[in-house]
Design a protein around this ligand. Structure first.
Ligand SMILES: [Ca+2]
Length: 495
């Protein structure tokens, strides 16, 4: 018995020494790793690694794929946008998150399909002045994400994610806000001229500012009503230049969503009547001027090497307004539809120290800006929710091929279609111009976008296996979005 006790004690001591030495070496390993990390940080500091990059997103409203010279427009002059593509990257297969304003913006800012945050609806396409909803506070925007690295943040332009105080940009991570809180055609004054009828009667029709009683806001205060829309692009540009200049010494995020070229079209007097393509051309040329002002400012301040500028559009052209509605170029249909013209948008990335010159034919989406900016800035993306965002930074730097291999087309709270690298399946049909009218054809469309960019040839009958494969993708995505937030667009302010 005593022998057994001594034996057990010896065994216990040996075991204890062994365990102790293991944990010691484990702790030592950790210490060495942390020493290594510290020396890496010191190395990067001594090598003068750059601070997180400044990020600027210029977001047009209803600007089509075919409205930029380097995307094929033969008449509109867009030298600054074209320069972004020549020196940086022009993306030919880049998608807005949705074919209409509000959901598109929700997708861009949160890195999630708008269905996930309840920002697409079967009953109302977008938010209106009588809406009481907005982007839920629980959503994390790019501006909030970048606060991990103390970015200064500003939203300058059209918000359209809720105009009530509890939904304004200043509640969603933006330090400051200047612009109009919803679309520039809202608050229509009864008795004013009907825009569409007027344009059809006379393409040179010029609207009155007073026909739209839209407020102009600074932070949470209305400073002008109706907003003088003839100077809206100019004033937003001036505010943008001011913000960039004030923050040249610290990382900043500027979100610059112009309210143009959404109708009613207004251009500043320096641009009005100056293009060869009517009011629409005037407006695009003014937006291009804005792009030039922003690029010149970062160059003049000496911060171009650590600044990324992105230009894209929230959805395709509003074809309902004919010559005031822009062009999707070779793509089919426009705003409101899930054809390519509705969501494939002209997109550029520019930043001499970040972006490697290229024409990029990979898939990308405004939804991917979230993850891309997180990666470039060293911020983390949320891990407590489903994200749909891909990191495009490797493509921007010229190191990687595109990580996005599929894109889902949502509209009006419904899943309309999906594309992969070559094919696209659309299971819901709507009229191409009057896009809110559903068509009663039962057979879906299958297009091979690899060879048929204009979606002319329906392969549904010819390729049933491909239809089944892509239908399975839609089915899986529907299951994956079953836990989405409820509709945040439908409810109205009670009167
Ligand atoms: Ca829009």
């Amino acid at each position: 018995m005593a022998k057994q006790l001594v034996y057990s004690l010896v065994l216990f001591s040996v075991l204890a020494i062994f365990i102790n030495s293991c944990s010691f070496s484990y702790i030592k390993g950790e210490e060495e790793a942390s020493k290594g990390q510290a020396s890496k940080i010191e190395d990067s500091q001594s090598k003068g690694m750059q601070a997180p990059p400044n990020i600027i997103v210029i977001f047009a409203d209803d600007m089509g794929y075919g409205d930029v010279a380097s995307f094929g427009n033969p008449s509109i002059r867009t030298p600054n946008l074209d320069r972004m593509g020549i020196e940086g990257q022009r993306w030919t297969q880049f998608y807005s998150a949705d074919p209409v304003c509000t959901p598109s913006r929700a997708g861009l800012l949160t890195g999630r399909y708008p269905i996930r945050n309840g920002m697409t609806s079967k009953s109302r396409g977008v938010l209106f002045p009588d809406s009481d909803g907005g982007l839920p506070q629980g959503e994390i925007t790019i501006a909030e994400m970048l606060k991990q690295k103390d970015y200064a943040t500003a939203c300058i332009g059209k918000w359209h994610l809720g105009h009530l105080p509890q939904h304004l940009p200043t509640t969603q991570g933006f330090d400051t806000y200047f612009g109009i809180p919803y679309s520039n055609d809202m608050d229509f004054v009864p008795g004013s001229e009907n825009y569409r009828d007027s344009v059809i009667a006379d393409p040179n029709f010029y609207p009155k500012i007073t026909s739209y009683n839209v407020p102009l806001m600074e932070n949470t205060t209305v400073i002008e009503r109706p907003a003088d829309q003839t100077t809206i692009t100019k004033r937003c540009t001036e505010k943008a230049v001011e913000f960039i200049t004030e923050n040249k010494d610290n990382p900043f995020f500027l979100y610059l969503p112009h309210s143009m070229p959404h109708i009613p079209l207004f251009a500043n007097k320096e641009f009005y009547g100056k293009s060869s393509t009517g009011h629409y051309g005037d407006v695009i040329e003014e937006i291009d001027w804005c792009v030039g002002q922003v690029m010149n400012t970062v160059e003049d301040l000496g911060i171009a090497d650590n600044t990324l500028i992105v230009f894209t559009s929230d959805n395709g052209p509003w074809l309902l307004f004919q010559s005031h509605g822009g062009s999707a170029g070779l793509l089919r249909a426009g705003k409101g539809t899930s054809f390519e013209g509705g969501q494939r948008v002209p997109t550029f990335f520019w930043g001499p120290g970040i972006v490697k010159q290229n024409t990029v034919r990979e898939l990308g989406s405004t939804i991917d800006l979230f993850h891309t900016f997180a990666s470039l800035s060293g911020c983390t993306i949320p891990n407590d929710r489903k994200m749909d965002s891909y990191d495009l930074s490797g493509v921007l730097k010229g190191d990687d091929i595109g990580p996005r291999k599929e894109f889902y087309y949502w509209a009006y709270g419904e899943l309309i279609g999906v594309r992969n690298l070559t094919h696209k399946l659309m299971v819901d049909k709507r009229e191409e111009i009057v896009y809110w009218k559903k068509l009663k054809e039962e057979k879906p469309y299958l297009f091979n976008l690899g060879v048929d960019q204009s979606e002319k040839y329906n392969l549904h009958e010819k390729e049933p296996e491909k239809v089944a494969e892509m239908q399975a993708m839609l089915d899986r995505h529907l299951v994956d979005t079953e836990d989405s937030l409820p509709d945040n667009l439908a409810s109205r302010i009670k009167k």
